[in-house]
Write a protein that binds this ligand. Structure first.
Ligand SMILES: C[S@@+](CC[C@H](N)C(=O)[O-])C[C@H]1O[C@@H](n2cnc3c(N)ncnc32)[C@H](O)[C@@H]1O
Length: 265
């Protein structure tokens, strides 16, 4: 398994196998991160346009992938044989305390992957109780969301990840996930970009999506089911592909990964 200190790529070989990387054909890596998948596509002879909204990532295009069609036009990147989304955060983002993604390292309540309008601190300190409760319910799937939201409101102002983690207690992982999803509009982004990806692909082109939580996976699964009913695609993964035990042993962060792939008709 390829590894670098920025991010260890997950499901690297499976993703590139499903992309069906063919020498000389054009691909898009919509979530460049540390470039592990891009490097493997290049190694297999593909040409890659890489995108990441994080300025600390050395992608070719620094932009939100929600602008996928515009980016493809601007770079005259046609025809496209495969598109990869390896969603979520990179290890670099989590491990950089000042980015505020991790409850293990103290840092400001930020959590922006790119240039989002709001930070986690804005949500935690400014959102009304009802909105905070919905966020913890919908994106954190926390059963006692209302009482947790009340605790947060009562503890205002909160400015660091450790201050928040003290309040969220045993629900910290879920609360941080909920905030991250909201700050980066993660579900909105994938929802609005999948149709663009389908439009861009050539017939026979591949779309591969790796998700790390059930909310995201549900969106991808439902979208693919819908397209299949309309005869627009063939689903290549009737069940999502997960990592082998050997990968999970080496890379803890791969454990929740699910890969789904389709071929455009
Ligand atoms: C899991 S990492 C990708 C790791 C990469 N495949 C590798 O091998 O290093 C996800 C990356 O996608 C980026 N990202 C997430 N959502 C994005 C979006 N809406 N637009 C652009 N980049 C996004 C993040 O900034 C992060 O760097």
């Amino acid at each position: 398994m390829q590894s670098n200190s920025y991010h260890t790529p997950v499901l690297l070989q499976s993703a590139c196998d499903f992309l069906n990387v063919t020498p000389g054909q054009k691909y898009i890596d919509a979530t460049f991160g540390g470039g592990g998948h891009t490097a493997e596509i290049l190694r297999r002879g593909g040409l890659v346009l890489s995108i990441d909204q994080d300025l600390e990532s050395v992608a070719i295009v620094h932009s939100n992938f929600t602008h996928l069609k515009e980016i493809v036009e601007e770079h005259k990147w046609h025809p496209v044989s495969g598109i990869l989304f390896d969603l979520g955060v990179s290890s670099h983002q989590i491990d950089t305390g000042s980015r505020g993604f991790s409850f293990q390292t103290d840092g400001p309540l930020d959590m922006r992957m790119g240039i989002s309008q709001i930070t986690a601190a804005d949500i935690v300190n400014q959102w009304p109780l009802s909105q905070l409760t919905s966020l913890l319910t919908d994106f954190g799937e926390i059963p006692a969301a209302k009482s947790l939201a009340e605790k947060i409101v009562d503890s205002r102002p909160l400015s660091t990840t450790h201050q928040l983690a003290e309040v969220t207690g045993k629900w910290t992982r879920q609360a941080f996930q909920a905030l991250r999803i909201a700050v980066n509009d993660e579900l909105g982004a994938i929802n609005s970009t999948l149709p663009q990806a389908l439009d861009i692909l050539v017939p026979g082109g591949r779309l591969v999506v790796i998700t790390f939580h059930s909310l995201e996976d549900r969106i991808v699964k439902n979208c693919f089911t819908d397209w299949e009913k309309q005869n627009l695609i063939k689903v290549l993964t009737p069940k999502p592909i997960g990592p082998e035990t050997s990968e999970m042993d080496k890379n803890n962060r791969s454990k929740s990964a699910k890969l789904r792939a389709i071929s455009k008709i």
